[in-house]
Design a protein around this ligand. Structure first.
Ligand code: ADP
Ligand code: MG
Length: 245
């Protein structure tokens, strides 16, 4: 693939088959995707069309079956396991659909996890985590455990955790699905503001038409394929319906 440097992400003919034989599921059937540096790309499409599978492959969490994939100039699947774990830890932030917060840890400790995994000293990691919680507006919850937080607050913790190590590539799986309209706007605004820079890229899976205006391009998937791409001028202003405190 030529000119890979112009794009944060570039794929060609990516397929993914789960299982084998009669039970095989062809989740991806030849994905062509380009994510330019500095762009916020939304991935939309019906349930089961392969969105989560695709972003897991881009993030280096899941191996593809066939095809080519360049992410930040490397093919994650071609890295040795230890190098790959390190690459992911340094470069990728992942916001999972179900938040995946660790119940036994406080909000600050949850956010500190990526830094601790990179070997940062605990005191520094917690301080950075608390600063990140402040950026997403919930510094006062730093010592609270996830079960004591609302859905919107848990999502902010998950976003703080995905961004605390300043990754160049951030992927989010339906980050606003558990949120009301205003919290969806606030969370997308935070993601766009914190993650978007010329040397970064953000891919957001969503069903939520209320946040489409944040995107530079919208990639529509259907049945394991890219069915269409729409580019637009992103509008990152929040469309709030009620008064915020
Ligand atoms: N680990 C797995 N094992 C078997 N099938 C899977 C697995 N993960 C996803 N699939 C299947 O792959 C297809 C795409 O799933 P997914 O990527 O989760 O879609 P989406 O996120 O768009 O809803 C679905 O048919 C799903 O059932
Ligand atoms: Mg999914």
């Amino acid at each position: 693939m030529a000119e890979a440097k112009a794009f944060a992400v570039r794929t060609h003919g990516v397929t993914k088959v789960f299982g084998r034989g009669a039970a095989a599921v062809h989740a991806l059937r030849g994905i062509e995707l380009e994510v330019p540096w500095g762009e916020l790309v939304m991935l939309v499409g019906p349930s089961g069309c392969g969105k989560t599978t695709l972003i897991s492959i881009l993030a280096g969490i899941l191996d593809r079956t066939e095809g080519e994939c360049q992410v930040l100039g490397v093919d994650p699947q071609h890295l040795r396991q230890s190098t790959r774990t390190r690459w992911r830890g340094e470069n990728v932030g992942f916001v999972f659909q179900q938040f995946n917060l660790i119940p036994a840890l406080t909000a600050a400790e949850n956010v500190a996890v990526p830094l601790l995994l990179l070997g940062h000293p605990r005191r520094k990691a917690i301080a950075a985590a608390e600063a990140q919680l402040e950026r997403v507006g919930i510094a006062d919850k730093r010592k609270v455990r996830p079960t004591q937080l609302s859905g919107g607050q848990q999502q902010r913790v998950a976003i703080a955790r995905a961004l605390v190590h300043e990754p160049r590539f951030v992927v989010c799986d339906e980050p606003t699905s558990a949120l009301d309209a205003d919290n969806g706007q606030i969370v997308m605004g935070l993601l766009a503001e914190i993650a978007m820079r010329g040397d970064r890229a953000l891919v957001v899976v969503t069903h939520d038409a209320r946040i489409f205006h944040f995107a530079d391009r919208i990639v529509r998937m259907d049945d394991g394929l890219v069915a269409g791409v729409r580019t637009q001028t992103a509008d990152r202003t929040l469309k709030l319906h009620s008064h915020q405190p």
